[in-house]
Design a protein around this ligand. Structure first.
Ligand code: OSB
Ligand code: MG
Length: 370
Protein backbone atom coordinates (compact mmCIF):
# COMPACT_ATOMS: atom_id res chain seq x y z
CA UNK A 1 0.00 0.00 0.00
CA UNK A 2 1.21 3.48 -0.90
CA UNK A 3 -0.71 6.59 0.12
CA UNK A 4 -0.14 9.59 -2.14
CA UNK A 5 -2.05 12.17 -0.14
CA UNK A 6 -3.73 12.69 3.19
CA UNK A 7 -6.41 15.31 3.67
CA UNK A 8 -6.98 16.46 7.23
CA UNK A 9 -10.05 18.39 8.29
CA UNK A 10 -11.41 19.65 11.52
CA UNK A 11 -15.19 19.70 11.81
CA UNK A 12 -17.37 21.09 14.56
CA UNK A 13 -20.43 19.16 15.56
CA UNK A 14 -22.77 20.15 18.41
CA UNK A 15 -24.04 17.31 20.61
CA UNK A 16 -27.81 17.03 21.04
CA UNK A 17 -27.28 16.75 24.82
CA UNK A 18 -24.22 17.75 26.83
CA UNK A 19 -22.08 14.81 27.94
CA UNK A 20 -20.60 15.06 31.43
CA UNK A 21 -17.99 12.84 33.07
CA UNK A 22 -15.93 13.19 36.24
CA UNK A 23 -13.46 15.28 34.21
CA UNK A 24 -15.86 17.73 32.62
CA UNK A 25 -18.73 18.56 30.29
CA UNK A 26 -18.73 18.47 26.47
CA UNK A 27 -21.34 20.33 24.42
CA UNK A 28 -19.69 20.56 21.01
CA UNK A 29 -17.20 18.19 19.41
CA UNK A 30 -14.12 19.33 17.48
CA UNK A 31 -13.34 16.28 15.38
CA UNK A 32 -10.42 15.67 13.04
CA UNK A 33 -11.11 13.52 9.99
CA UNK A 34 -8.43 11.95 7.82
CA UNK A 35 -9.00 11.02 4.19
CA UNK A 36 -6.25 8.94 2.63
CA UNK A 37 -5.93 8.58 -1.15
CA UNK A 38 -3.70 6.17 -3.05
CA UNK A 39 -2.16 6.69 -6.48
CA UNK A 40 -5.14 5.08 -8.20
CA UNK A 41 -7.49 7.53 -6.52
CA UNK A 42 -8.98 5.00 -4.07
CA UNK A 43 -9.86 6.61 -0.74
CA UNK A 44 -10.40 5.71 2.88
CA UNK A 45 -11.68 7.64 5.89
CA UNK A 46 -10.63 7.73 9.53
CA UNK A 47 -11.66 9.78 12.54
CA UNK A 48 -9.47 10.97 15.39
CA UNK A 49 -11.16 10.12 18.69
CA UNK A 50 -9.42 12.59 21.00
CA UNK A 51 -11.44 15.06 23.03
CA UNK A 52 -11.43 18.85 23.08
CA UNK A 53 -9.02 19.10 26.02
CA UNK A 54 -6.30 16.95 27.67
CA UNK A 55 -8.62 15.39 30.23
CA UNK A 56 -9.59 11.87 29.20
CA UNK A 57 -6.10 11.49 27.74
CA UNK A 58 -3.16 13.77 27.05
CA UNK A 59 -4.13 13.96 23.38
CA UNK A 60 -6.64 16.59 22.33
CA UNK A 61 -7.73 18.28 19.12
CA UNK A 62 -4.82 20.75 18.86
CA UNK A 63 -2.03 18.25 19.66
CA UNK A 64 -3.58 15.71 17.29
CA UNK A 65 -3.85 18.30 14.50
CA UNK A 66 -0.25 19.44 14.88
CA UNK A 67 1.12 15.90 15.22
CA UNK A 68 -0.87 14.63 12.25
CA UNK A 69 0.07 17.54 10.00
CA UNK A 70 3.73 17.98 10.93
CA UNK A 71 4.82 14.40 11.65
CA UNK A 72 2.43 11.51 11.05
CA UNK A 73 0.99 12.36 7.64
CA UNK A 74 4.48 13.14 6.18
CA UNK A 75 5.72 9.76 7.48
CA UNK A 76 2.95 7.88 5.67
CA UNK A 77 2.62 9.82 2.41
CA UNK A 78 4.61 8.07 -0.34
CA UNK A 79 6.02 5.51 2.09
CA UNK A 80 5.69 1.83 1.27
CA UNK A 81 3.75 -0.38 3.68
CA UNK A 82 2.96 -4.00 2.92
CA UNK A 83 -0.67 -3.40 3.85
CA UNK A 84 -2.87 -1.42 6.25
CA UNK A 85 -1.64 -3.59 9.11
CA UNK A 86 1.85 -2.21 8.40
CA UNK A 87 0.90 1.48 8.53
CA UNK A 88 1.26 1.78 12.32
CA UNK A 89 4.95 0.90 12.00
CA UNK A 90 5.52 3.72 9.50
CA UNK A 91 4.67 6.10 12.36
CA UNK A 92 6.62 4.24 15.02
CA UNK A 93 9.28 6.94 15.46
CA UNK A 94 6.57 9.12 17.05
CA UNK A 95 5.98 8.06 20.63
CA UNK A 96 2.44 7.98 21.96
CA UNK A 97 -0.15 10.10 20.06
CA UNK A 98 -2.08 6.92 19.39
CA UNK A 99 -5.40 8.60 18.64
CA UNK A 100 -3.72 10.75 16.00
CA UNK A 101 -2.03 7.65 14.55
CA UNK A 102 -5.33 5.77 14.53
CA UNK A 103 -6.99 8.47 12.41
CA UNK A 104 -4.58 7.64 9.55
CA UNK A 105 -4.27 3.94 10.28
CA UNK A 106 -8.00 3.27 10.32
CA UNK A 107 -8.44 5.29 7.11
CA UNK A 108 -5.88 2.99 5.45
CA UNK A 109 -7.87 -0.08 6.52
CA UNK A 110 -11.03 1.43 5.02
CA UNK A 111 -9.16 2.09 1.77
CA UNK A 112 -7.70 -1.41 1.63
CA UNK A 113 -11.03 -3.13 2.40
CA UNK A 114 -12.75 -0.97 -0.25
CA UNK A 115 -10.11 -1.90 -2.81
CA UNK A 116 -10.66 -5.57 -1.95
CA UNK A 117 -14.43 -5.02 -2.30
CA UNK A 118 -14.98 -6.46 1.18
CA UNK A 119 -16.72 -5.04 4.28
CA UNK A 120 -14.07 -3.83 6.73
CA UNK A 121 -15.36 -6.06 9.53
CA UNK A 122 -14.78 -9.18 7.41
CA UNK A 123 -11.42 -7.84 6.26
CA UNK A 124 -10.38 -7.46 9.91
CA UNK A 125 -11.41 -11.05 10.62
CA UNK A 126 -14.66 -10.23 12.42
CA UNK A 127 -17.11 -13.02 13.13
CA UNK A 128 -20.18 -11.38 14.69
CA UNK A 129 -22.72 -10.27 12.09
CA UNK A 130 -24.30 -7.93 14.61
CA UNK A 131 -23.00 -6.35 17.80
CA UNK A 132 -24.74 -5.94 21.18
CA UNK A 133 -25.20 -2.33 22.24
CA UNK A 134 -25.29 -0.48 25.53
CA UNK A 135 -25.36 3.24 26.29
CA UNK A 136 -23.12 5.51 28.29
CA UNK A 137 -25.15 8.12 30.16
CA UNK A 138 -23.30 11.13 31.51
CA UNK A 139 -23.75 12.89 34.82
CA UNK A 140 -27.06 14.77 34.76
CA UNK A 141 -28.38 17.86 36.52
CA UNK A 142 -30.63 15.72 38.73
CA UNK A 143 -31.23 12.04 39.60
CA UNK A 144 -34.72 12.32 38.08
CA UNK A 145 -33.21 13.39 34.79
CA UNK A 146 -30.88 10.36 34.88
CA UNK A 147 -33.75 7.95 35.56
CA UNK A 148 -35.69 9.48 32.69
CA UNK A 149 -32.77 8.99 30.30
CA UNK A 150 -32.30 5.38 31.40
CA UNK A 151 -36.00 4.73 30.85
CA UNK A 152 -35.80 6.07 27.34
CA UNK A 153 -32.72 4.05 26.38
CA UNK A 154 -34.16 0.84 27.83
CA UNK A 155 -37.38 1.43 25.89
CA UNK A 156 -35.26 1.78 22.74
CA UNK A 157 -33.88 -1.73 23.40
CA UNK A 158 -30.35 -1.07 24.66
CA UNK A 159 -28.97 -4.10 26.48
CA UNK A 160 -27.01 -2.44 29.25
CA UNK A 161 -26.78 0.93 30.95
CA UNK A 162 -23.53 2.59 31.94
CA UNK A 163 -23.73 5.58 34.22
CA UNK A 164 -20.91 7.96 34.96
CA UNK A 165 -20.00 8.32 38.61
CA UNK A 166 -17.86 10.79 40.54
CA UNK A 167 -17.54 11.75 44.23
CA UNK A 168 -20.94 13.10 45.26
CA UNK A 169 -22.69 11.30 42.38
CA UNK A 170 -22.08 7.67 43.24
CA UNK A 171 -23.52 5.47 46.00
CA UNK A 172 -26.89 7.24 46.34
CA UNK A 173 -27.31 7.48 42.60
CA UNK A 174 -26.48 3.80 42.05
CA UNK A 175 -28.90 2.87 44.84
CA UNK A 176 -31.72 4.91 43.28
CA UNK A 177 -31.11 3.52 39.83
CA UNK A 178 -30.98 -0.04 41.16
CA UNK A 179 -34.19 0.39 43.13
CA UNK A 180 -35.95 1.64 40.03
CA UNK A 181 -34.40 -0.96 37.67
CA UNK A 182 -33.60 -4.06 39.77
CA UNK A 183 -32.85 -6.45 36.88
CA UNK A 184 -30.99 -4.45 34.24
CA UNK A 185 -27.35 -4.88 33.28
CA UNK A 186 -25.90 -1.82 34.98
CA UNK A 187 -22.35 -0.54 35.34
CA UNK A 188 -20.51 2.55 36.56
CA UNK A 189 -17.64 4.48 34.96
CA UNK A 190 -15.57 6.71 37.26
CA UNK A 191 -13.01 7.99 34.74
CA UNK A 192 -10.28 7.87 37.40
CA UNK A 193 -12.10 9.98 39.98
CA UNK A 194 -11.10 7.89 43.04
CA UNK A 195 -8.14 6.54 45.01
CA UNK A 196 -7.51 3.49 47.17
CA UNK A 197 -8.75 5.50 50.14
CA UNK A 198 -12.25 5.06 48.64
CA UNK A 199 -12.24 1.28 49.12
CA UNK A 200 -15.13 1.50 51.64
CA UNK A 201 -17.27 3.13 48.94
CA UNK A 202 -16.43 0.39 46.44
CA UNK A 203 -17.20 -2.29 49.01
CA UNK A 204 -20.57 -0.62 49.60
CA UNK A 205 -21.22 -0.63 45.85
CA UNK A 206 -20.78 -4.43 45.70
CA UNK A 207 -24.34 -4.79 47.02
CA UNK A 208 -25.78 -3.35 43.80
CA UNK A 209 -24.42 -6.11 41.55
CA UNK A 210 -22.89 -3.86 38.96
CA UNK A 211 -21.62 -5.73 35.88
CA UNK A 212 -18.37 -3.87 36.35
CA UNK A 213 -16.77 -0.72 37.64
CA UNK A 214 -14.86 1.08 34.90
CA UNK A 215 -11.54 2.84 35.57
CA UNK A 216 -12.16 3.75 39.21
CA UNK A 217 -8.53 4.76 39.93
CA UNK A 218 -5.76 6.78 38.28
CA UNK A 219 -5.54 6.77 34.49
CA UNK A 220 -1.89 5.71 34.56
CA UNK A 221 -2.16 3.14 37.33
CA UNK A 222 -2.49 -0.63 37.29
CA UNK A 223 -0.99 -1.61 40.59
CA UNK A 224 -3.66 0.05 42.76
CA UNK A 225 -6.41 -1.35 40.54
CA UNK A 226 -5.02 -4.82 41.30
CA UNK A 227 -5.21 -4.06 45.00
CA UNK A 228 -8.78 -2.80 44.65
CA UNK A 229 -9.85 -5.84 42.60
CA UNK A 230 -8.60 -8.12 45.39
CA UNK A 231 -10.86 -6.38 47.88
CA UNK A 232 -14.16 -6.08 45.98
CA UNK A 233 -16.51 -8.54 44.31
CA UNK A 234 -17.53 -6.27 41.43
CA UNK A 235 -15.30 -6.83 38.38
CA UNK A 236 -12.96 -3.95 37.63
CA UNK A 237 -12.84 -2.90 33.96
CA UNK A 238 -9.91 -0.85 32.67
CA UNK A 239 -10.35 1.88 30.07
CA UNK A 240 -7.77 4.73 30.28
CA UNK A 241 -4.98 2.47 31.61
CA UNK A 242 -4.83 0.18 28.57
CA UNK A 243 -3.07 2.09 25.79
CA UNK A 244 -1.39 -0.81 24.00
CA UNK A 245 -1.36 -4.61 23.76
CA UNK A 246 1.42 -4.86 26.37
CA UNK A 247 -0.75 -2.93 28.84
CA UNK A 248 -3.48 -5.53 28.40
CA UNK A 249 -0.97 -8.30 29.14
CA UNK A 250 0.36 -6.49 32.19
CA UNK A 251 -3.09 -5.66 33.56
CA UNK A 252 -4.21 -9.27 33.23
CA UNK A 253 -0.99 -10.62 34.78
CA UNK A 254 -1.34 -8.22 37.72
CA UNK A 255 -5.03 -8.99 38.26
CA UNK A 256 -5.78 -5.28 37.75
CA UNK A 257 -9.05 -6.00 35.92
CA UNK A 258 -11.42 -8.79 34.91
CA UNK A 259 -12.79 -6.95 31.87
CA UNK A 260 -11.27 -4.53 29.34
CA UNK A 261 -12.90 -1.68 27.44
CA UNK A 262 -11.12 -1.47 24.07
CA UNK A 263 -11.12 1.89 22.32
CA UNK A 264 -9.84 1.88 18.78
CA UNK A 265 -8.20 5.30 18.99
CA UNK A 266 -6.81 4.88 22.48
CA UNK A 267 -4.78 1.82 21.42
CA UNK A 268 -3.64 3.25 18.06
CA UNK A 269 -5.89 1.72 15.42
CA UNK A 270 -7.16 -1.59 14.10
CA UNK A 271 -3.86 -3.52 14.08
CA UNK A 272 -3.23 -2.69 17.73
CA UNK A 273 -6.86 -3.34 18.68
CA UNK A 274 -6.64 -6.79 17.07
CA UNK A 275 -3.62 -7.53 19.24
CA UNK A 276 -5.41 -6.40 22.39
CA UNK A 277 -8.37 -8.56 21.40
CA UNK A 278 -6.07 -11.56 20.95
CA UNK A 279 -4.39 -11.07 24.34
CA UNK A 280 -7.79 -10.80 26.03
CA UNK A 281 -9.28 -13.79 24.20
CA UNK A 282 -6.30 -16.01 24.99
CA UNK A 283 -6.61 -15.05 28.66
CA UNK A 284 -10.41 -15.44 28.68
CA UNK A 285 -10.89 -11.80 29.64
CA UNK A 286 -14.14 -10.44 28.16
CA UNK A 287 -13.84 -7.18 26.24
CA UNK A 288 -16.22 -4.62 24.77
CA UNK A 289 -15.99 -1.64 22.46
CA UNK A 290 -15.77 1.72 24.18
CA UNK A 291 -16.89 5.01 22.67
CA UNK A 292 -15.52 8.55 22.44
CA UNK A 293 -18.64 10.40 21.27
CA UNK A 294 -17.62 9.59 17.71
CA UNK A 295 -19.26 10.95 14.61
CA UNK A 296 -20.26 8.42 11.96
CA UNK A 297 -16.84 7.54 10.58
CA UNK A 298 -15.42 6.65 13.99
CA UNK A 299 -18.67 4.91 14.87
CA UNK A 300 -18.48 2.78 11.70
CA UNK A 301 -14.89 1.76 12.53
CA UNK A 302 -15.99 0.85 16.06
CA UNK A 303 -18.72 -1.41 14.71
CA UNK A 304 -16.20 -3.20 12.48
CA UNK A 305 -13.78 -3.71 15.38
CA UNK A 306 -16.53 -4.99 17.68
CA UNK A 307 -17.26 -7.90 15.32
CA UNK A 308 -13.97 -9.56 16.37
CA UNK A 309 -14.55 -12.78 18.33
CA UNK A 310 -13.35 -11.52 21.73
CA UNK A 311 -15.90 -8.69 21.85
CA UNK A 312 -18.65 -10.45 23.77
CA UNK A 313 -20.13 -7.78 26.07
CA UNK A 314 -22.42 -4.91 24.97
CA UNK A 315 -20.33 -1.88 23.98
CA UNK A 316 -20.77 1.90 24.13
CA UNK A 317 -21.64 2.06 20.44
CA UNK A 318 -25.13 3.43 20.02
CA UNK A 319 -27.31 5.12 17.42
CA UNK A 320 -26.18 8.32 15.68
CA UNK A 321 -29.45 9.95 16.76
CA UNK A 322 -28.40 9.81 20.43
CA UNK A 323 -25.61 12.28 19.62
CA UNK A 324 -26.27 14.18 16.42
CA UNK A 325 -29.05 16.07 14.72
CA UNK A 326 -27.53 14.81 11.47
CA UNK A 327 -24.53 12.47 11.21
CA UNK A 328 -21.71 12.74 8.65
CA UNK A 329 -22.42 9.30 7.16
CA UNK A 330 -25.38 7.83 5.32
CA UNK A 331 -27.39 6.06 6.45
CA UNK A 332 -26.90 7.02 10.11
CA UNK A 333 -26.09 4.23 12.59
CA UNK A 334 -29.32 2.67 13.87
CA UNK A 335 -29.99 0.16 16.59
CA UNK A 336 -32.57 -2.65 16.43
CA UNK A 337 -35.33 -3.09 19.02
CA UNK A 338 -33.17 -5.93 20.44
CA UNK A 339 -30.34 -3.48 21.07
CA UNK A 340 -28.05 -4.60 18.28
CA UNK A 341 -26.29 -3.00 15.32
CA UNK A 342 -25.96 -5.09 12.17
CA UNK A 343 -22.55 -5.07 10.47
CA UNK A 344 -22.84 -3.58 6.98
CA UNK A 345 -22.36 -5.76 3.92
CA UNK A 346 -20.97 -2.83 1.90
CA UNK A 347 -17.22 -2.52 1.23
CA UNK A 348 -14.96 -0.71 3.70
CA UNK A 349 -16.62 1.02 6.64
CA UNK A 350 -19.94 0.20 5.00
CA UNK A 351 -21.47 3.69 5.06
CA UNK A 352 -21.40 6.56 2.57
CA UNK A 353 -19.44 9.57 3.76
CA UNK A 354 -21.58 12.70 3.39
CA UNK A 355 -18.95 14.97 1.81
CA UNK A 356 -21.34 17.87 1.41
CA UNK A 357 -22.18 17.89 5.10
CA UNK A 358 -18.53 17.48 6.04
CA UNK A 359 -17.60 20.43 3.82
CA UNK A 360 -20.21 22.57 5.57
CA UNK A 361 -18.91 21.61 9.02
CA UNK A 362 -15.22 22.06 8.18
CA UNK A 363 -13.33 24.76 10.09
CA UNK A 364 -9.86 23.98 8.72
CA UNK A 365 -8.35 21.75 6.11
CA UNK A 366 -4.83 20.72 5.15
CA UNK A 367 -3.58 18.37 2.47
CA UNK A 368 -0.26 16.57 2.81
CA UNK A 369 1.05 15.20 -0.47
CA UNK A 370 4.82 14.59 -0.49
O1 OSB B 1 -14.75 6.90 29.64
O2 OSB B 1 -15.81 5.76 28.22
C1 OSB B 1 -15.42 6.85 28.61
C2 OSB B 1 -16.80 9.61 26.35
C3 OSB B 1 -15.73 10.45 26.29
C4 OSB B 1 -14.60 10.14 27.00
C5 OSB B 1 -14.54 8.98 27.77
C6 OSB B 1 -15.61 8.12 27.83
C7 OSB B 1 -16.78 8.46 27.14
C8 OSB B 1 -17.99 7.67 27.19
C9 OSB B 1 -18.95 7.87 26.06
O3 OSB B 1 -18.30 6.97 28.12
C10 OSB B 1 -19.14 6.69 25.21
C11 OSB B 1 -19.93 7.07 23.98
O4 OSB B 1 -21.15 7.05 24.06
O5 OSB B 1 -19.32 7.39 22.95
MG1 MG C 1 -14.52 4.93 30.36
Amino acid sequence: MKISSIELREIRLPLIHFFETSFGRTTERRIILARVVDRDGAEGWGECTCGEGPFYSDEWTETAWATLKDFLAPMVVNAEAENAAGVYDLMKRVRGHRMAKAAIETACWDLEAKRAGVPLWKYLGGVHTEIPCGVSIGIQDSPEQLIEKIDKDLAAGYQRIKIKIKPGWDLDIVRRVRERFPEIQLMGDANSAYTLSDIPLFKALDEFKLMMLEQPLAYDDMFDHAELQKQIATPVCLDESVKMPADARHAIALGACRIINVKLGRVGGHAQAKEVEQVARENKIPIWCGGMLEAGIGRAHNIAMATLAGFTLPGDVSASSRYWEEDIIEPPVTVSARGTIAASEKPGIGFEVNSKRIEQLTTRKETISS
